[in-house]
Design a protein around this ligand. Structure first.
Ligand code: HEM
Length: 510
């Protein structure tokens, strides 16, 4: 069972479970914020590249070909198909898609990953939290609209591109300053901006940083530009090549009044960036509706599932995650009520660390904590139960729906190469034939590193005998391709999803 939905549960995992126990592998790519995840060890350290910055740049390039009047483009992962366009020069697009790829599945679109990449870079690297709204839909081809501002693009054309995407001049200046507080311009992709002399043994791609803190999302780029200190706004301001001084042209285009206003905001600049970056990542094609911002759950059931134990008995098992804020103590126990079972749960020793629950006014180490409470209940105690209830004494009680009529059996459902073998259990008296079993698997597609979800319906055959009061049904399908991420196996009835199990093919990611 996924609460409240598979989509929100998986994305909450990326947002909240940053480090330590059960951490999603996502935050590690940008920890520390100067990290370059595409290489390891020494080559990464001397690469002059910054994954957190690349993620923000990818979101900008995906977004800026939006035409808000026509309702096309925006955050739709079409950038994956557009990496050969010269306007998308540089390694950021393919580096980022390579890292995000195993996280993509039927519940989590590549375009939601493009957006959450920016959200994570801001939240983890010193910026203020950008609320994350899920629900972006991936494009199946390149966006026919072209036009990403490049260093040599003239001012009017640049402003036209931004206007097409819904941003006026001061929005465009603000958004560019927000983006250019992290990362660098590299000689590799931009020899007309950064001379070959920038390439050294300790800076193998010849990156020149926009400000003195390339791994921190802070107001420094604005301050160094106005004060003419440090990196003075970065290479797109200071390069010897006048034609490629795109940031200087943009910032000066209203006589620096926007940059001065951003300067005067001090730390308030970070809230301006929440607003502008939020507008950027929430620009989606018409017809796509985003969900409400994901609020980290204080009490979150994880991997809660019915299954059969090795001796064939039905069990309900899982783990409850509790999120506590900096300075708050985790509960010493929780109570769990399900059917006739009423138990006290004790926590595992290992805890996790989360930027949610961080005290941003305090030191950076004052993060929230995730604590995990595992449980297992015999199926006879939960028979017919429609929900279970978790109490954090004195703080919160939450109830979550379950059902044991029909479910995918995790221990007997697996991926073997390109083949999915699924087992479904239907309680005695339930007409198993009324249900259909559907597979949704992310697989490689031509032209982009973003996977495409392919679907199949399984033909199920009933196995002889009964298993703890359940009939078992089995089916297989050969997808013809190895899945790139979690494969969902869903039990459907009259168009409604009754149960879903996400099978991990062993791809890194979750
Ligand atoms: C006039 C508009 C803009 C132009 C001409 C421009 C141009 C560039 C160029 C040439 C680079 C160097 C890329 C590389 O060498 O890898 C770069 C880096 C970057 N840009 Fe922009 N940019 C613009 C606006 C924006 C905006 C609006 C954002 C985000 C909101 C953004 C985010 C970034 C980031 C984060 C980097 C650093 C990437 C890294 O370190 O790998 N840019 N930009």
């Amino acid at each position: 069972f996924y609460y409240p939905t598979a989509q929100v549960s998986l994305l909450d995992h990326i947002l909240v479970d940053n480090w330590g126990a059960y951490a999603s592998n996502f935050s590690s790519a940008i920890t520390p914020c100067t990290n370059y995840v595409t290489e390891v060890g020494e080559p990464a350290l001397i690469s002059g590249r910054t994954t957190a910055a690349q993620w923000i740049r990818v979101a900008f390039h995906d977004y800026v070909t939006a035409n808000v009047t026509a309702g096309t483009g925006g955050l739709d992962a079409s950038i994956g198909f557009e990496t050969l366009r010269s306007e998308n020069s540089g390694s950021a697009m393919n580096d980022s898609f390579t890292f995000w790829r195993p996280f993509m599945n039927d519940a989590v679109s590549m375009s939601d990953l493009v957006a959450i990449g920016t959200v994570m870079s801001m939240s983890l690297c010193g910026g203020h939290k950008l609320p994350f709204r899920p629900g972006r839909v991936d494009a199946m081809a390149a966006d026919p609209t072209t036009g990403v501002p490049a260093p040599e693009t003239d001012l009017n054309t640049t402003l036209l591109y931004f206007a097409r995407a819904g941003f006026d001049r001061s929005d465009a200046i603000g958004l560019t300053a927000c983006g250019h507080t992290m990362g660098s311009v590299h000689h590799g992709g931009f020899p007309d901006v950064v001379p070959v002399s920038a390439v050294t043994a300790n800076n193998t791609n010849g990156g020149i940083n926009f400000d003195t803190t390339r791994g921190v999302f802070d107001p420094l780029v604005v301050h160094e530009y106005i004060d003419w200190t440090g990196h003075m706004g970065g290479p797109l301001v200071t390069t010897d090549n006048v034609t490629t001084r795109s940031d200087l042209r943009l910032y000066e285009s209203d006589s620096n009044s926007t940059m001065r206003a951003l300067y005067a905001q001090g730390e308030g600049f970070l809230d301006t960036c929440v607003n502008l970056m939020g507008r950027m990542v929430n620009t989606v094609p018409s017809g796509v509706t985003l969900g409400d911002p994901i609020q980290p759950m204080l009490i979150k059931p994880i991997n809660v599932t019915y299954d059969f134990s090795t001796d064939g008995n039905l069990t309900l098992s899982g783990r409850i995650r509790v999120l506590t804020s900096a300075g708050e103590t985790a509960p010493s126990y929780l109570t769990l009520k399900a059917g006739s079972s009423n138990q006290q749960l004790t926590s595992e020793a290992e805890t996790g660390t989360s930027v949610f629950g961080a005290n941003i006014k305090s030191t950076a180490s004052a993060y929230g904590t995730t604590t995990y409470f595992p449980f297992i209940i015999a199926g006879r105690q939960t028979a017919g139960a429609k929900s279970f209830t978790i109490s954090w004494p004195g703080r919160k009680t939450a109830t979550f729906p379950i059902q044991d009529d029909v479910f995918v059996v995790p221990s007997a459902t697996e991926i073997s190469g390109t083949v999915i073998n699924a087992t479904v259990a239907a309680r005695s008296g339930i007409n198993g034939g009324a249900y259909s079993i559907q597979i949704a698997a992310p697989t490689a597609q031509m032209g982009t590193l973003g996977p495409k979800v392919i679907r199949a319906t399984l033909n199920m055959r009933r196995l002889p005998g009964m298993n703890d009061g359940y009939a078992l049904w089995q089916g297989s399908v050969d997808l013809g391709k190895v899945p790139t991420g979690l494969v969902s196996v869903s039990v459907m009835r009259e168009g409604a999803t009754i149960d879903t199990f996400m099978v991990n093919p062993g791809a890194a990611g979750w």
